[in-house]
Ligand binder design. Structure first.
Ligand code: B12
Length: 389
């Protein structure tokens, strides 16, 4: 087996050529993380780069090509057909991929494999969200192609739980990870961190879609990191409001130095429209607690969605100003993902056809606000250097 990290390789084509020549693989798995960059003004569709990778593999080898990854999982059928790979696994790879390899090796029928798609024949087996994540081995650090000198700078990804019970109107996470929360045992997480620390890594990015739900579990992880004495720094994504003083203090003590705070709007009415389960008061409070504990906060605004008006935008910008943000990322127009409330609204309003597979990015923006939004945000950003979009 060989692992090729095209994010760090200088030349995709020669890396693929060398890897294939070195051991003549029977199966090639490709992880498709991003389909596009969610940027409405100058959208970048990233699957054409992936297609080049698929084509290179095809030209150099007779191996079957299997797709997977977060981006792929949102569009299991359309991405498979666009990329012209052979198979794809939607969602978790740990159970289905080995099962697929086993069946292929024995030349057996592939039906029933959870989340498996065959190009042209669709889904082969209903998806399963594994309840016991501790059954899975931790990521094999030896497969990482990271070279020693960069270790100190690198934010090693770390996952503590999967699934999201929230139902934000525009979000695709439930399609990727499911709605039920599945947690890993905290002592196993500490073991994983310790092994990375042993290999020279000190910085971690907790890639859970939301770190602070459930709150008690988040506290337990922080507590265990503190008890372990591991001197690490980490960042994570938190859901506003679902925090208390104790959690924020524990996070700071455990090494959390920055959180992403996707509050998305500073208008109470818009928060309800997005199906957010926090209020502006909750947000204010979260931001204050973070400031008091010395954790940096990176805010996110998502402007132009259903119900947005000039007034609600102004409210959001003023509200963002009132928080203690170290940085703010503003997104204008919301990328429409399949099976979301936003997709339904967009179809009802005739903005997209109900049959659109949405693989090529489509954005929701209140059309009368589009140009005004860009002008307004540029104006506000002129003297706010910590804002970006
Ligand atoms: C954490 C996260 C981030 C962090 C990343 C931190 C880091 N150092 O990695 C931050 C906040 C920085 C970030 C930024 C962005 N992100 Co982001 N992010 C996520 C999130 C929440 C989790 C990703 C993750 O690491 N999961 C944990 C790992 C273990 O899971 P996984 O990679 O999916 O792998 C599993 C399976 O997919 C499968 N699998 C994976 N590969 C393969 C391969 C094969 C062959 C098989 C069989 C299976 C398989 O098995 C694995 C284990 O079960 C996802 C949403 C989500 N819930 O997945 C969005 C997500 C990936 N991000 C997304 C986007 C768009 C972005 C940004 C472009 C946003 C922006 N406008 O700036 C940037 C781009 C950053 C970049 N350079 O890529 C989108 C991508 C969709 C799209 N439209 O392309 C997602 C899906 C969110 C969404 N909107 O739906 N992100």
């Amino acid at each position: 087996m060989k692992f090729v990290d095209l994010m760090t390789e200088k030349d995709d084509q020669s890396s693929i050529r060398e890897a294939i020549a070195s051991f003549n693989p029977e199966i090639i798995g490709i992880s498709v993380r991003n389909v596009d960059d969610q940027n409405m003004e100058k959208p970048r569709f990233l699957l054409d780069q992936v297609k080049e990778v698929v084509t290179a593999c095809r030209n150099l080898s007779g191996a079957r090509i299997v797709l997977g990854g977060a981006g792929y999982s949102i569009f299991p059928e359309s991405a498979l057909s666009y990329l012209e790979a052979d198979l794809g696994i939607q969602g978790e790879g740990e159970t289905s991929f080995p099962l697929l390899l086993e069946r292929l090796e024995r030349d057996e029928d592939l039906s029933g494999i959870p989340g498996l798609y065959l190009r042209g024949s669709g889904l082969q087996g209903e998806r399963v969200f594994e309840k016991n994540l501790d059954r899975f081995p931790p990521p094999d650090a030896s497969l990482s192609s990271l070279s020693a000198p960069g270790k100190q700078e690198y934010w090693m990804p770390l996952q503590t739980r999967r699934g999201c019970p929230m139902a934000c109107s525009y979000c695709s996470t439930a399609i990727i990870e499911g709605r039920s929360i599945r947690k890993r045992r905290p002592d196993l997480i500490i073991e994983e961190i310790a092994s990375h620390v042993g290999a020279g890594f000190q910085r971690f990015y907790i890639v859970d879609n939301i770190f602070n739900i459930p709150k008690d579990y988040a506290k337990e992880i922080c507590q265990k990191i503190i008890e372990s004495g591991l001197a690490i720094s980490w960042r994570c994504i938190i859901y506003p409001g679902k925090v208390d003083e104790e959690l924020i203090q524990l996070m700071a003590k455990a090494g959390c130095i920055e959180v992403s705070l996707g509050f998305e709007s500073g208008c109470e009415r818009m928060l309800r429209k997005m199906n957010k389960r926090y209020s502006l008061n909750d947000l204010q409070r979260t931001s204050e607690m973070l400031k008091d504990s010395g954790i940096r906060q990176m805010g996110f605004l998502l402007l132009g969605g259903p119900g947005e008006t000039r007034e609600s935008v102004q409210e959001s910008l003023m509200f963002a100003d009132s928080l203690n943000l170290d940085a703010l990322k503003i997104t204008i127009g919301i990328r429409i993902y399949p099976y979301t409330a936003l997709a339904k609204t967009a179809a009802d309003e005739g903005l997209i056809l109900p049959v659109d597979n949405l693989l090529h990015p489509r954005f929701y923006v209140v059309s009368s606000l589009r140009d005004w939004l860009y002008d307004t945000i540029r104006l506000w950003m002129a003297d706010r250097h910590h804002w970006m979009f």
